[in-house]
Design a binder for this molecule. Structure first.
Ligand SMILES: Nc1nc2c(ncn2[C@@H]2O[C@H](COP(=O)(O)OP(=O)(O)OP(=O)(O)O)[C@@H](O)[C@H]2O)c(=O)[nH]1
Length: 407
């Protein structure tokens, strides 16, 4: 499986990163000097990275991160988990489309509307198993063609297709239908199930197979600078690429579960382009940690004047982090990822882990997969580098308490 392309345009040659002026020892990270294993990873330029950097010795050539179990929330730590919304927003998937990507993997882009803002939030779905309940629900007066145009079809589109349901196509072609069950049967119109799909789409089960375990999820906040105009102030573009790469890895076998080491056999299977176990990136339009692009650009000027990313927000009279995750919870529920089985969340952000679960723990984060900066994992061979991103990462660890040393 080839790597996802760097988010930077290949037309722009990489710039020489300036030499760092500061050393990791100045960052006063939360470590216990008596315990060498507690030393946090260094934040200096990769050319100076000492061997304690996670994966610096090439132990994880596959760049597959380890999953960390997430403990059940307790009433004792409820306060530090922060306040959650009392009521989740209403979301509806308006349209989805198949997007072939430059790596050869396909993804399904789902566009959502909601009742709390006017923005178009997105779910980027990898693999065949995750479907939107609100998209699949029948809408009054719509034709089969209408359903296909808004993406509410099963299988793939092709010129001349007349039905959104596979069963109807098989019947027209005189092919006997394979027995299907549950959600897909309901969508396909199997006797006894169609009524269920029409009357109460929220009660049908997700198509995500039980044996795949918790689905992999990334909640990503928009970053125009890091994802589109090649900024090296943050690692947002790289995180988006990495989440897509992990969700495109081949379907696990009993010997290789998602989040575990990937073996030679898996590399072979990836090369054969076997279907991926998939996952979903919820892409929220909360640019600049919720303060918007104009304010983030002011914050960058304040950072150039010597302030860190949190101070800059506060000087502009914004909270350090102005984001919320209720929309993400509602979208995950719509995608059938609520319930006991839980999800595996790609993040270092402790606030995000609980906030995305929702007021009644509608969604359960059962595992956390750390997002280690690529430069740390590849010993500086790739990834965003430079003094600005080093300062950004150190502030995330020191002030936002991101769990960046876990690996
Ligand atoms: N206000 C502000 N926002 C920033 C800055 N740098 C990046 N962002 C925004 O921060 C968001 C990404 O947040 P991060 O803090 O990188 O990561 P996170 O989502 O909290 O945590 P992870 O899940 O571990 O990646 C995006 O909306 C970016 O636009 C900055 O210097 N100032």
């Amino acid at each position: 499986m080839p790597d996802f392309p760097a988010h930077a345009s290949p037309g722009f040659p990489p710039m020489q990163a300036p030499k760092p002026k500061r050393n990791v020892s100045e960052f006063q990270l939360d470590t216990n000097p008596a315990d060498p294993s507690s030393v946090a990873p260094p934040l200096v330029s990769p050319s100076l990275t000492p061997p304690t950097t996670p994966f610096a010795n090439g132990q994880r050539p596959d760049r597959q991160p380890r999953a960390v179990p997430v403990p059940e929330p307790s009433s004792e730590n409820a306060e530090e988990q922060g306040a959650l919304l009392e009521k989740l927003p209403h979301v509806e998937c308006a349209v989805r489309a198949r997007i072939p990507t430059t790596t050869g993997q396909e993804m399904w882009l789902h566009l959502y509307h909601n009742d709390v803002d006017e923005k178009e939030h997105l779910a980027i779905v990898f693999g065949p198993h995750i479907r939107s309940r609100s998209l699949d629900a029948l809408r009054p007066g719509e034709t089969e063609r209408d359903r296909m145009i808004r993406g509410a079809y099963v299988g793939t589109l092709y010129p001349g297709r007349t039905s959104s349901r596979l069963e109807a196509i098989r019947k027209d072609a005189g092919v006997s239908s394979r027995p299907s069950s549950g959600y897909l049967a309901a969508l396909n119109g199997s006797p006894g199930k169609k009524q269920e799909a029409e009357s109460d789409t929220s009660s049908v089960a997700s198509g995500y197979p039980d044996d795949l375990g918790p689905a992999m999820v990334r909640i990503h906040s928009e970053c125009y600078t890091g994802e589109t105009v090649w900024s090296a102030r943050c690692d947002c573009g790289e995180q988006l690429d990495e989440a897509a790469r992990l969700m495109s890895l081949p379907m696990p076998t009993p010997a290789s579960t998602p989040g575990s080491e990937i073996g030679e056999n898996d590399a072979h299977r990836a090369a054969m382009k076997l279907p991926s176990a998939g996952g979903v990136i919820i892409y929220l339009r909360q640019e600049g940690r919720g303060i918007g692009l104009a304010e983030k650009l002011k914050a960058y000027n304040l950072q150039d004047l010597g302030h860190d990313t949190m101070e800059a927000n506060l000087l502009l009279r914004h909270p350090g982090d102005a984001r919320s995750y209720g929309l993400a919870t509602a979208m995950l529920m719509d995608l059938g990822l609520d319930g006991e089985r839980g999800i595996k969340l790609l993040t270092n952000n402790p606030d995000k882990v609980r906030a995305v679960e929702g007021p009644q723990r509608e969604v359960r984060v059962v595992e956390r997969v750390p997002m280690i900066p690529l430069a740390w994992k590849t010993d500086g061979k790739s990834g965003v580098q430079g003094p600005e991103v080093e300062r950004y990462l150190s502030t995330k660890i020191e002030k936002f308490k991101h769990m960046l040393s876990s690996g």
